[in-house]
Design a protein around this ligand. Structure first.
Ligand code: HEC
Length: 127
């Protein structure tokens, strides 16, 4: 049997209007949330282990004090205890390059914006 294509088309078309009612509100998907590109300094301070040596408040009393018993450890709250500078730039440099020969390792894998955010976070601890 030979089906006549134009006829099939017409039949299909005649059904189409019933599918889309005019009152039906189109479904609008909410836009995806914006990607998080702002560093969350406190989380980075904890996740990178800074808090374990430097303490949550930056006073040098973290959970690894045992390891650091023979080390000098700065008190981030007291500017006079920084050996390598307490400015944002100096702190960022200490983080990026580390302090060779000490437990303070280089965090060169961190992004510049992340290092700067953590440096600012440390600065806020200063009294
Ligand atoms: C394993 C322990 C340890 C960890 C983890 C650690 N530090 Fe340190 N940090 C030290 C020690 C010890 C010193 C002091 C080194 C010295 O006196 O030469 C230091 C020094 C510093 C200094 C320089 C302070 C000064 O005297 O000028 C800054 C800034 C600093 N750390 C920030 C951080 C940040 C931010 C992190 C996490 C990204 C971090 N540290 C992780 C042990 C640690």
């Amino acid at each position: 049997m030979k089906i006549r294509l134009p006829l099939v088309f017409l039949i299909v078309l005649s059904f189409l209007p019933s599918c889309s009612s005019e009152n039906e509100t189109p479904k609008i998907e909410p836009p995806p949330p914006p990607a998080v590109s702002v560093p969350f300094p406190e989380a980075m301070y904890v996740q990178n282990g800074c808090a374990s040596c430097h303490g949550m408040g930056g006073n040098g009393r973290g959970t690894r004090t045992q390891l650091l018993s023979n080390s000098r450890i700065p008190n981030f709250q007291d500017k006079s205890t920084y050996l390598y500078g307490s400015s944002k730039e100096a702190i960022a440099k200490s983080i990026k390059n580390g302090i060779p020969g000490t437990y303070m390792k280089a965090y060169s894998h961190m992004r510049k914006t992340e290092i700067e955010a953590v440096a600012e976070y440390i600065q806020k601890m200063q009294k």
